[in-house]
Design a protein around this ligand. Structure first.
Ligand code: PAF
Length: 285
């Protein structure tokens, strides 16, 4: 039996009308913002939303402002028809799939930027990325007005940027971080994994193992700087073409930890490239 497809809306006014109708009968709304090419990781976020609210709204918008000119905005996979089927199977009620013109009206001039937590790691490797993310996520939260919004922990720095944004702007929404969903060899699911050749896919599967080894070493009391250096060398030896970072950071504000052994909780985060694909992953320590 085929599942009921989500209602598709493409304008902010239609989104607001549907959310208001649900609200008027006391139903809570969960928003799951995505850029589409949905995989089991995204669908687990829809499940989390449905556990906590009567209605689940997914958005699909490949947001141009979070890509630099040399990045993969044009190549980013777009497969709305398949995504609609996936959302139907996940029992998502509504898909908000606006055009670029709907989201960025002529003369658009406002940028939301979150200092501090946006600065290191991906903020250094992709300088305008988090301002693009914070701007579009602020817009989506204001447009939809959900009770909760669900984001993947796979993009851990993004999640922390969004938590800071919501706190700083007093946006009335609860942010939920959904656990990373992994393939059998541990590779974190990502829409960008579609870019990997068969040989690159084998290398990609080693990123999570290297992070897991680093987590063990930190738990054993090894010094942060030694674990980071060994992890970087392991990524190169595993066949990654370049490594943007492998660092142990504070789990809340992503400030540096160490030198020496960890005194409390940490988060280890890495970004590395194989061919034209950039992979990121992270784990709790
Ligand atoms: O994680 C993503 O897919 C995007 O960065 C998000 C949060 C949908 C904003 O465009």
């Amino acid at each position: 039996m085929s599942s009921k497809p989500p209602v598709i809306v493409r304008t902010v006014s239609a989104l607001r009308a549907q959310v208001a109708a649900w609200r008027s009968v006391g139903e809570r709304v969960a928003l799951i913002p995505t850029m589409g090419a949905l995989h089991a990781g995204h669908l687990s976020l829809v499940d989390l939303g449905r556990e906590r609210a009567e209605r689940a709204v997914a958005s699909i918008f490949v947001n141009p402002t979070q890509f630099a000119p040399h990045e993969d905005f044009e190549a980013y996979p777009r497969e709305e028809a398949k995504d609609v089927q996936r959302l139907a199977d996940a029992k998502c009620d509504l898909l908000f799939a606006p055009s670029v013109e709907e989201m960025y009206a002529p003369g658009f001039s406002t940028t939301v930027s979150v200092a501090g937590v946006s600065a290191p790691l991906d903020g250094q490797a992709r300088p305008h990325h988090f301002a693009g993310v914070a701007t579009i996520v602020a817009k989506l939260l204001i447009q939809c007005g959900p009770d909760i919004a669900v984001f993947g922990q796979k993009d851990y720095q993004q999640l922390q940027v969004i938590r800071r944004l919501v706190r700083d702007l007093d946006l009335p929404v609860e942010i939920i971080g959904g656990p990373t969903v992994r393939a059998e060899d541990g590779l974190a699911l990502s829409s960008r994994n579609a870019y990997l050749s068969a040989a690159e896919r084998v290398v990609a599967g080693k990123l999570n193992l290297i992070l897991a080894t680093a987590v063990e070493q930190l738990r054993d009391g090894r010094a942060v700087e030694a674990v980071e250096a060994e992890g970087l060398a392991a990524l190169t030896a595993a066949g990654f073409d370049s490594v943007d970072y492998l660092e142990v950071r504070d789990p809340d504000d992503l400030s540096r930890l160490g030198p020496g052994p960890l005194a409390g909780p940490g988060r280890i985060l890495a970004a590395a490239r194989i061919g034209r694909t950039r992979l990121i992953d992270n784990m709790a320590v």
